[in-house]
Design a protein around this ligand. Structure first.
Ligand code: AMP
Length: 463
């Protein structure tokens, strides 16, 4: 199967082959012909499947074929994404695949000066790639005209809803011209399908073609997954050790909080590992720089909150580490979807302490498989340590070593006293030990006794 067989015009086939892609991915094979016919689609496609080209290529062709005269400020295609990073990446794809055609596009997101965006929109653009909030600012200032939009794409719709954009999305949709075969074409992409997504789709899509390219809520097959049970206060030490001993060159590490991301990036830097943090409190300039430095190899470790879990496309990213498990199990799937993209092999490593046993159980339930547990020699969890509520820890802030407010109970942070000086000595390499299912942190009894309030149901991580 080649791209031209899908009905794509020569200019687009050429742009795709310039990228070195010869065979369309399954989502591209399914979506491209249907979008070229002008149909609406409801697509269940995980990140890393090639879905961006799956909608961008036929979108460009549709705009080219219809060749309507574009009045000043009037946008012909609108692509909404949940995050700024994803908007920037999609905009890059629009430029890449459209380079032999003559469309203009603008990427619109917050956190940066609005004026250059206004100038660009004033000159007139065919395609706008936007996050909902900033787009509404432009709508309010009447610097964008959406009354002629022919194609609407909602990319990672589930994430947009998770991030609380539903009202913004509805407001934006209300400003678009009507749908149906003679009007606007709507393409909705989502990794998961909640009732809310189905409701949104029901009101938006006209007789959609359903496309499903990966089983829902399952992790991509090319990602190997492992859990390293470890005490909560030895995670940083273990991470440094793994990065150095395994000579990982490019590692995306997830933490639950912005503060945790900053702190970890600093600590790794102190260990001599060049690291940056990326999260919602950083200026857009800092976020863009951190990502660019990471992509071009200047930064070895990028520590991120879940803001980076979706949509980031880093070529052949080999390692994703969950320094802390997400408390919303779906986020695990999105996090590890940053590796193993487009058929490349990837490894997802989770450092799990006893406090996170419930999170791990929920994740395994969601992905319908048990993740192998491998205890690294020298980092065996201390069986005397009891579970602590994760969110209470966050409020209390972990006391410094030697200054524990937690009484005489044996503390894993005893090792932290020496942690930064002691050379970590992992005796076992990956695969050196047989996966020991269920060998994660003990003791189970104390875990069972965990206070109920320790885990607010489905509270999303701070990003
Ligand atoms: P996406 O799921 O759209 O984020 O795409 C994931 C990655 O796959 C990106 O790096 C794309 O450039 C790449 N990609 C897209 N289409 C193909 C293809 N047909 N063959 C190989 N790689 C592709």
């Amino acid at each position: 199967m080649s791209f031209s067989k899908l009905g794509l015009m020569a200019e687009l086939v050429r742009a795709v082959s310039d990228e070195g892609y010869t065979t369309p991915t399954p989502v591209q094979q399914q979506a491209i012909p249907v979008i070229l016919e002008g149909r609406d689609i409801l697509a269940g496609a995980q990140t890393g499947t090639g879905k961006t080209a799956g909608f961008t290529l036929p979108l460009l062709q549709r705009l080219h074929e219809r060749k309507l005269t574009n009045k000043r400020n009037q946008v012909r295609a609108l692509i909404l994404t949940p995050t700024r990073e994803l908007a920037a990446q999609v905009a890059e794809s629009v430029d890449t695949y459209g380079k032999h055609l003559s469309f203009t596009s603008a990427v619109i997101f917050g956190g940066v000066n609005i004026n250059p965006q206004i100038t660009k929109l004033r000159r007139g653009v065919d395609i706008v790639i936007a996050t909902p909030g900033r787009l509404l600012d432009h709508i309010g200032q009447k610097t964008v005209d959406l009354s002629q939009v022919e194609i609407l794409v909602l990319d990672e719709a589930d994430r947009m809803l998770d991030m609380g954009f539903i009202r913004d999305i509805r407001k934006i949709i209300a400003l678009l011209p009507g749908n149906g075969h003679t009007g606007r074409q709507n393409l909705l992409f989502s990794a998961t399908f909640s009732d809310e997504i189905r409701k949104l789709a029901g009101g938006l899509l006209h007789d959609p073609v359903h496309i499903e390219v990966a089983r829902r809520n399952t992790t991509v097959e090319t990602v190997s997954q492992v859990v390293h049970p470890v005490d909560r206060t030895r995670k940083r030490e273990l991470l440094s050790s793994l990065i150095s001993s395994q000579n990982w060159r490019q590692v995306l590490v997830f933490t639950r909080t912005k503060h945790g991301a900053n702190k970890l990036a600093e600590q790794l830097a102190n260990d001599g590992i060049v690291s940056s943090a990326i999260h919602g409190n950083k200026s857009q300039g800092a976020r863009t720089k951190a990502l660019a430095d990471f992509k071009n190899g200047e930064v070895r470790v990028l520590v991120a909150t879940d803001i980076a879990a979706r949509g980031l496309d880093i070529d052949q990213l080999p390692h994703v580490v969950n320094f802390e498990l997400p408390n919303v199990p779906e986020d695990y799937v999105h996090r590890i979807g940053r590796t193993g993209r487009a058929g490349n092999e990837g490894e997802a490593i989770s450092l799990v302490c006893i406090d996170e046993r419930d999170f791990l159980r929920d994740i395994e339930r969601l992905i319908k498989r048990e993740i192998p547990k491998v205890v690294i020699d020298g980092f065996e969890p201390d069986a005397r340590i009891a579970a602590e509520p994760v969110f209470k820890q966050r409020q209390q802030r972990t006391p410094r070593a030697g200054n524990s407010a937690r009484g005489s109970r044996p503390e894993a942070c005893a090792t932290e006293k020496n942690g930064s000086q002691a050379a970590p000595k992992p005796k076992a390499k990956f695969g050196g030990k047989k996966p020991q299912s269920g060998s994660a942190a003990q003791p189970a009894a104390s875990h069972r006794n965990r206070p109920q309030q320790s885990r607010p149901a489905q509270r999303r991580s701070e990003v």
